[in-house]
Each structure stands twice: as C-alpha cells, then as structure tokens.
Ligand binder design. Structure first.
Ligand code: GDP
Ligand code: MG
Length: 456
C-alpha cells in the first residue's frame, strides 16, 4: 500500500497546480492502492469520495502547494476513519473494571490478555485474568502460563471440574464438558471483587470461523458479566475476511473497541482501515509480537502515517504552514526558476524559516527516508548553524548579494565580527559557491532547491 501511495504522491509533487483531472487520477490511484491492500470496498468508496470532494473544494492554504494539500487531506481522512482520537480503557467508576476479550480462535486473545494485564500492572493497577475458554483442553493452561509471565493471578475453574478431554472432537472443538463459561466468568468476577482486583480481564473461547454457537456463548457471557469494555481482537493479517468477521462480532456480541494483533507481520493496515471503517468502533491497541511487552496503545495518526509511509510528513507540512510566508516562498521559487544567483540574504531567510519550524534535527528526522539517518543527525551540531548565521550577519548587504567580491580584508573583518577564524569564513564561502553552482544545475534540470551552505 505504502509503495503505491508514495509513487502517486511523487507524481503529484512535480505538478505546479492541480486540475480536476489531476484530482481524479490521484483519487483513482489511491483507490487502487487501498483495494490492493485488502481494504473493503465500501470503505474505499467512502474514503475516496470524501478525499475527492475535499480536494476539489480546494481549501486554500497559504504555504502548501496543491499536491501537499491533497496529501494533507488524505492523511486527515485516514486518521478520521481510523477513529480520530486515541482512546484507551474506560475504567469503571466503582468496583472492578471488567474487560471481555472476543474474537476468532488464533486471533491473539489469550496472548493479549497477558499483555494488557502487564501494561495495566505497570500503571499501578491490580489486574486478574479469568479463563473462560473451556473448549480446548490446553486453553486454561495457556492462560495460566501467560498470567505467570505477566505476573498476574489467573482465575480458572477447579481442576476437579475440568474433565472431559475425551469429549474433544477431531477439530479441537469439544462439547462443553469443561464447565460452563457463563458460570465461570461470573465466579471469576466475584473472586476479583473479594480479592480487590481493580481490573478483570475475561479471556473467552474462539472458533476457527464465525458460527452461531460461538456468538451465542459470547453474547451470554457478555450479558452475565456486563463488561465495561468488550475488546474485539482481530488478526491484522486476515485481509478481506476482516470485515465479515468484524460485522459478525459487532452484531452477535457488540464490542466497544478493537485490538489489531500481529501488526508485527507485514500487515499494511488494510484490515485496520476496514474494521474501523465498517464498524465505527475505535481501534484501541495494537499487538506486535508474542512477548508480553509487544503491545502498544493505538494512535490513529501514527497508523495513518505508517499507511502513507511518509514519516511525519504531515507534521512537517503543518509546521511549514506556520513558518512560511507565501510571498517569500513565491519569491524564492521565482529566483530559483530564473536561475538567479542565490545570495546570503536568501540564505538568511531560509535559515530563519527553518528556525521558526523548530529544531532542525527533529525536522530532518520527520522527513521521509531520514529515519535511518537518525544516528548521523544526532552527531550534527546545531551550534554550527549559529556560527554560520553569525558570519552571514557580519557581512554587509553588498557582501551578502555579491559573495564572490568578498576579498581577503573583508574576510578578516567578517571573521573578527563573528568571532570565528578566517579559515572558517573561507570554508563557508567555498561551500556557498559550490551550493550556488549546484542550484543552477538543479534549476536547469527542474529539481528542487536544497539548503545551500549547510554544514555537513
Ligand atoms: P487466541 O486463540 O485468540 O487466544 O489466540 P492466541 O493468543 O492463542 O494466539 C494465537 C497465536 O498467535 C499464538 O501462537 C500467539 O503466540 C500468536 N500471536 C498472538 N499475538 C501475536 C502478535 O501480536 N504477533 C505475533 N507475531 N504473534 C502473535
Ligand atoms: Mg485463547
């Protein structure tokens, strides 16, 4: 998904102005990319039509070119479909907060129970797990192992009541001879109250596919324990089946939130978009591995960026929006296209625009593809920029606009005025000359201006 969107936006980036046919083509590309990533058709339709309407409605922005505006709109719509705000557990006002887990077999419920418990415990809660998957002989044991890893107690039916291994059929789905899940979940909550646990996580049974029996059982448990949250756990890798499954659980059990599991695989977010889009329930957590700590609060905005695979480009754009004066940007562009000499005055303007945008390092880190360069960026000394700026400020207006005329005595004066050595001034002028040349070449080739004169 990401690769396709990235190239779509690349095509846009090189355009000066967006026409209706540009918008239509872009929306078509986005539509293909979403369908490729297994996003459900109704979600794709709704998504692309709102992007199209907004892009054509052209909310004019001072600092953004049309392509950036489309990117911004796409991002905002993605965040919206993914639930907008981040939401986590709503705790009960009194008594234990009851969290019920529901989902297909293998979705990752039992694993999640441990992660959630561990996460809550880290925050000072005293969670307890309740084993209500009484269909598979080893399900209770699995939850006990998970509980031990997370360091939280597990309530399970008495061993004596757990029999009936013989009744388990060849598919692993036995008759309910391990005990009654509804009764056990009720008992579990009673136990949690008496032991003063403030959160109870009820791990239920799943089936390989949605069936009436499973829904009935989950619905019965829900009715019996009246949970504060019902979390629907879904394997992010299941693709198109996500929508059907989510709809079945929404109707059969209803849920208050979604947990995407196995996001560590190469799931690209198609399932996330579909489930959130179709059910209108927020995605609350992401499960990202088999370990007890492989668990995250889900942030719609970060997932949207991940889907767009553009780093935090949007944050960057927002900051640029604040910092840039459109007229200034236009002047820069005119000069650039005319291949006029880039002067130290232009340079100062760019420097101050960058400063307004916040720390240069954090800016660069937000740029796509710069993630791997983090380490290098950490070594970059921002004080270096201050020295450069001091030198430029020590130049006269004439010198700033005619860098080639800065002779030896001028260099000595600039060095003295800015508190650096003459050789530092020499280096700056040399780099600046190279940058000017490069910009002229770029202008002829139609590329974009870099940041000339920057150290490193
Ligand atoms: P349940 O049937 O819904 O209780 O699912 P389980 O919790 O038993 O998980 C099924 C399988 O998926 C197990 O092998 C887990 O280790 C694995 N699993 C669960 N969550 C994740 C995850 O986020 N990432 C990965 N890689 N594996 C997971
Ligand atoms: Mg399980």
């Amino acid at each position: 998904l990401s690769d396709r969107l990235t190239s779509t936006f690349k095509n846009l980036r090189s355009k000066g102005r967006l026409s209706e046919s540009d918008v239509n083509k872009t929306v078509r590309d986005i539509r293909m990319a979403l369908l490729d990533a297994d996003v459900a058709l109704p979600v794709v339709k709704e998504f692309t039509s709102s992007v199209r309407d907004r892009a054509l409605g052209a909310e004019v922005s001072e600092a953004l070119n049309p392509a950036q505006q489309v990117v911004k709109i796409v991002n905002e719509e993605l965040v919206d479909i993914l639930g907008g705000q981040t939401r986590t557990i709503r705790f009960a006002k009194s008594g234990p907060t009851v969290i019920m887990l529901a989902g297909l077999q293998g979705a990752g419920k039992t694993t999640l129970a441990g992660k959630l418990a561990y996460w809550l415990k880290e925050q000072g809660h005293t969670p307890m797990l309740v084993a209500v998957d009484l269909q598979r002989p080893n399900a209770v044991t699995q939850l006990q192992v998970v509980g031990e890893r997370a360091g939280v107690p597990v309530y399970a039916p008495e061993q004596g009541n757990v029999g009936g291994h013989d009744a388990v059929g060849p598919t692993g789905e036995g008759t309910r001879s391990f005990g009654d899940p509804v009764a056990v979940s009720r008992d579990g909550i009673r136990e949690a109250v008496s032991k003063q646990h403030d959160v109870v996580i009820v791990d239920t049974a799943g089936r390989l596919a949605v069936d009436a029996d499973l829904m009935q059982q989950a619905g019965d448990i829900r009715a019996a324990i009246n949970p504060d949250e019902v979390l629907f756990v879904i394997d992010a890798m299941i693709g198109q089946a996500a929508v059907e499954t989510a709809e079945a659980f929404l109707e059969g059990v209803d849920f208050t939130g979604v947990v995407l599991s196995k996001l560590d695989g190469d799931a690209r977010g198609g399932a996330a978009l579909s489930v959130a889009g179709v059910t209108g329930r927020p995605i609350m957590f992401a499960s990202t591995g088999e370990g007890v700590k492989d668990f995250e609060v889900f942030h719609p905005d970060r997932m949207a960026s991940r889907i767009l695979d553009m780093g935090d480009v949007l944050t960057l754009i927002e900051q640029a929006e604040k910092a840039f004066d459109r007229a200034q940007a236009a002047e820069m562009e005119r000069k650039f296209l005319a291949a006029e000499d880039f002067t130290f005055d232009d340079f100062l303007q760019q420097m101050s625009a960058i400063k307004k945008m916040g720390s240069l390092k954090s800016m660069l880190k937000m740029m796509p593809g710069m993630g791997q360069m983090s380490a290098q960026l950490d070594n970059l000394d921002e004080r270096e920029f201050d020295r450069v700026e001091a030198m430029v400020r020590s130049m006269t207006p004439f010198e700033r606009n005619h860098p080639k005329q800065i002779n030896g005595s001028r260099r000595a004066r600039i060095a003295g005025g800015s508190g650096v050595t003459v050789s530092e001034v020499n280096q700056l002028l040399e780099r600046f000359g190279e940058a000017q040349k490069m910009m002229k070449q770029l202008a002829r080739g139609g590329g974009l201006p870099g940041m000339p004169g920057m150290p490193g």
